[in-house]
Ligand binder design. Structure first.
Ligand code: PD2
Ligand code: ZN
Length: 520
């Protein structure tokens, strides 16, 4: 297949598959949902690069053989062509010509036909199933959209590595921005799509793309321009086409001129795109942007009891709020403990699900990977479970295990409640599963984003290694406290690791029975 055909096919497939594919069905895929999960991809890419480099060496070796032979052949041919009769009248020359033409060119044909580096081609083929699929790419696009919306980022800033005012030594290529342009176009966000296509155009004016589809630069630029004309972004297509014309390509002249004429004719009808204005900013967004006014007065103290363990090693605790009751613990996990938990979890991480109508389903509202670790797993987990009981004055009896999570590209957990809100009348059995409280441990600091936000309380907690937030999800009488609505802000830069312990209501019956609701 020619490069141009391949690019068209590539664009057409992207166009068909990207519509509505925001949900990843395959648990094992969803590459972008955890940083730890993406590490495997980076290692595979390093192997691909080594393999491609070997492939290049093999091509170079072959090229050297051809170039070396050409020097000799050309010298002989020049000598012969200049004095044909004289050359052929020499028996040595005549014999050599006959032999060469009988043998050498067939050998060259075989040599030219020999595939170069087929083992490297086979290497890619073998690992094809490990590569992100179309759904992964769509999910990554959605994550970029989430980051843009929640943090109100500008497209050009994102494209050039300026994230929330901090310049990073990285940027997106034309292929990256073009993909995002297509994604936003398909989701009818035309102004944003235009911005991404403009970023593509700017990039192409200033860089050279080195990928198979850009092997013929003029042709690649023509394909970009043609694709943009198809979706009516004439004014962005024009400079790209002009560059294609400047680079020139004899075979393409006619099609370039035709496209130029099309743009000339059609550009008068370029659709007017209404500039995007930000839709109403939610409290969730305001919180994630770090714009809550800090109105609460915190009280720090040591928790010395009730256990003898706490008398020896009190924990640093800070009261945040009484309704719902929220406290923050500092340095409750040591760096060594965190490393041990991460080492355990890393190979076991699987796409996180959301519990809905009795089923676990994968949803874009929650993008992370997680795994469970149970109290009786090791001395470490036994210790942490005892610490949790000391921190909360609740029993872990009958509770779920601890859930370790790692977030990936734009990883988040949209506003939700940790309680199930199952009324005793509807299902007394399920009500036993109700979660009275949550403890959320942070393993890592997150460079940008990734806070835990309580929109109704205008409160945000930014991850610090070893810190834990503990809150009650229910009122004193066991009914849901809807002020506990909370979410995990998208991670903008960083790898966020947390561990959650949801604590069940029923087992507290003897130590902390339900009381009349307390009003503050
Ligand atoms: O990771 C978080 O910050 C977070 C926020 C809200 C986790 C959860 N909820 C959860 O796992 O329930
Ligand atoms: Zn939660």
């Amino acid at each position: 297949m020619k490069n141009s055909e391949r690019l068209f096919l590539y664009m057409a497939i992207a166009l068909i598959l990207s519509v509505g594919l925001v949900k990843t069905e395959d648990e094992e895929q969803s590459h972008s949902t955890s940083v730890a999960g993406m590490e495997k991809l980076l290692q595979l890419e390093a192997k691909f690069i080594a393999s491609l480099s070997e492939y290049a060496n093999e091509m170079e070796k072959k090229l050297n053989v051809v170039r070396g032979a050409l020097v000799q052949m050309q010298a002989e041919s020049d000598k012969a062509i200049n004095q044909t009769e004289y050359y052929l009248s020499n028996p040595l020359n005549a014999f050599s010509l006959i032999r060469r033409m009988h043998q050498d060119w067939i050998d060259w044909k075989i040599y030219m036909e020999e595939p170069i580096g087929w083992s490297h081609v086979a290497f890619i083929e073998k690992h094809k199933a490990e590569l992100p699929n179309q759904a992964d790419l769509q999910e990554a696009c959605l994550a970029m959209q989430r980051l843009k919306d929640v943090y109100n980022l500008k497209v050009m800033d994102m494209a050039t590595g300026l994230l929330n005012g901090k310049q990073y030594n990285t940027s997106l290529s034309a292929l990256d921005t073009y993909e995002l342009g297509q994604y936003f176009h398909k989701h009818q966000k035309y102004q944003v799509a235009r911005d991404w296509f403009n970023a593509t155009s700017t990039w192409l004016m200033n860089h050279t793309l080195f990928t198979p589809i850009a092997a013929d630069q003029a042709n690649m630029l023509y394909m970009f321009a043609a694709a943009l004309v198809k979706i009516k972004y004439y004014s962005i297509a024009r400079p790209i086409l002009n560059l294609a014309m400047k680079l020139g390509n004899g075979k393409l002249d006619a099609v370039l001129l035709k496209l130029d004429a099309d743009i000339e004719r059609l550009s008068r009808d370029e659709p007017y795109i209404i500039p995007e204005t930000e839709t109403i900013t939610s409290f969730y967004q305001t919180g994630c942007r770090g714009l809550f006014k800090s109105q609460l007065k915190f009280h720090c103290q040591y928790k010395f009891g009730p256990s003898s363990f706490l008398r020896l090693a009190p924990l640093k605790v800070e009261l945040v709020l009484l309704d719902p009751f929220i406290v923050v613990y500092y340095d409750v996990l040591s760096p060594l403990e965190i490393t041990e938990l991460q080492t355990y979890a890393r190979p076991l991480l699987r796409r996180s699900a959301v519990y809905k109508a009795g089923k676990n389903i994968f949803q874009t509202a929650r993008t992370s990977k997680g795994t469970w670790i149970y109290k009786d797993h090791s001395n470490l987990t036994i210790n942490i479970a005892r610490r949790l009981e000391d921190m909360t004055d609740l029993t872990l009896e009958g509770s779920e295990g601890m859930h370790i999570l790692n977030y990936g590209l734009g990883g988040h957990y949209f506003s939700h409640y940790d309680y199930f809100n199952i009324s005793t009348e509807i299902d007394p059995e399920s009500q036993k599963n109700e979660r009275v409280a949550t403890v959320l441990f942070y393993f890592t600091e997150v460079e940008q984003g990734g806070g835990t936000v309580f929109p109704k309380l205008q409160q945000i907690f930014n991850p610090q290694p070893g810190m834990a937030v503990f809150w009650y999800n229910l009122h004193d009488d066991g009914t849901p406290n809807n002020k506990t609505l909370h979410g995990a802000c998208p991670v903008l830069v960083g790898s966020k690791w947390v561990m959650t312990q949801w604590i069940k209501l029923y087992p507290q019956i003897f130590t902390r029975p339900c009381r009349k609701r307390h009003t503050f």
